[in-house]
Design a protein around this ligand. Sequence first.
Ligand code: FAD
Ligand code: PYC
Length: 417
Amino acid sequence: MAARYSIVSLARNAFSHHEGWPRAWRSPDPKERYEVVIVGGGGHGLATAYYLAREHGITDIAVVEKGWLGGGNTGRNTTIIRSNYLWDESAGIYEKALQLYEGLSRDLNFNIMLSQRGVLNLAHNLHDLREISRRVNAIRLNGIDSEILSPEEIKAIAPILDTSPDARYPVLGGSLQRRGGVARHDAVAWGLARAADARGVDIIQNCEVTGILREGGRVTGVETTRGTMMADKVGIAVAGHSSVLAAMAGFRMPVESHPLQALVSEPIKPILDTVVMSGTVHVYVSQSDRGELVMGAGIDGYNGYTQRGSLPVIEHMVAAAMELFPIFSRLRMMRQWGGIVDVCPDASPIVGKTPVDNLFINCGWGTGGFKATPGSGWVFAHTIARGEPHPLNAPFSLDRFVAGKLIDEHGAAGVAH
Ligand code: FAD
Ligand code: PYC
């Protein structure tokens, strides 16, 4: 009977152009006071609210988003997930995130379409081979899956890759994280939003934070385009706008904002069932469920806040894809877009306290924070609830730039930046 009811209701909703579907989350008016205000309704802000409610019993929360949920980098990324980072500190936080991802559809009762199809990194010269073996050894010492592959093994996994010895950039080997892959990015945002809302979190869209209120060195609330919201604690998770929010609170961040672009081809039949990355040739490619080839490369070299990017980066990206996959040569590219990524000098994030009491910040995930979303939210929720970082995010404090304890993960980026 239940199944029949749901088929009938599906048909009714299809013919009514989806009118009458229940909303996945409420759209409440902001209250005058909250225990916690989270600024930024991307994956990291939403995950923080969800884990604050689920793990710490704090539900008097507003997530304040200036646009629409997931309209920032969360909905603009190329959805790659992996935990193959070099340093122990990074291994801890990214592996926590991957493990949370592995159970997230069940946790949220929302299919995030996690596809652990493997992430392959190619080596094209002796230096790449040495670097890859150093990384694979370090990753395995942290108990994380990673393996070195021969050109023949790579060809078996990605037959359309040009592995001939006379290619301009011959494939000499590579590394593979089999548990890596992709997940549907908007499903991650929507699933987290629905689950946070169900626990009482107010999600307030079209509401921009324009000021951070302080008294005696302590945060007291935020000014927004929909009025003042007082708060005991405030967490900032605004990615490319982190320096802007920090300036509102009177401090500076070691973060640069850059455009990062991606593009998709027209849809074609399934031809690539793994993620392929080449730092040297400078492109990465995967195939979406709709059949589009999803491609990206490095950041645009200048600072900026436009979600657009420039043509030369796209030209290089496509040229690099042609070198690796000559079979793509007649494929038409369909759409291009950009996001604003927040890059720290050591290419690692900042998650922790700020110089203002009870004001916390989560940023600097740069080109690689989608994979961190649940782990980042989990540790940030802990930090906000307890007022102290969790051991997993303690190394990622703002004061590492004063203490000199940098965690250099430039080489772990999807492609070189
Ligand atoms: P966002 O999703 O950007 O959310 C921040 C939100 O804050 C935004 O919605 C914004 O509107 C809001 N905001 C800003 N200012 C204010 C304000 N004053 N008031 C209220 N709200 C405000 N990572 C990977 O791991 N794998 C990938 O394959 C990958 N590919 C990428 C490809 C591209 C093209 C881009 C751009 C990024 C990619 N990333 C990838 C990086 C990843 O997308 C980000 O690190 C991650 O999504 C950051 O999430 P977030 O929630 O911190 O930020
Ligand atoms: O961090 O894996 C990554 C990534 C891939 C593309 C952009 N970032």
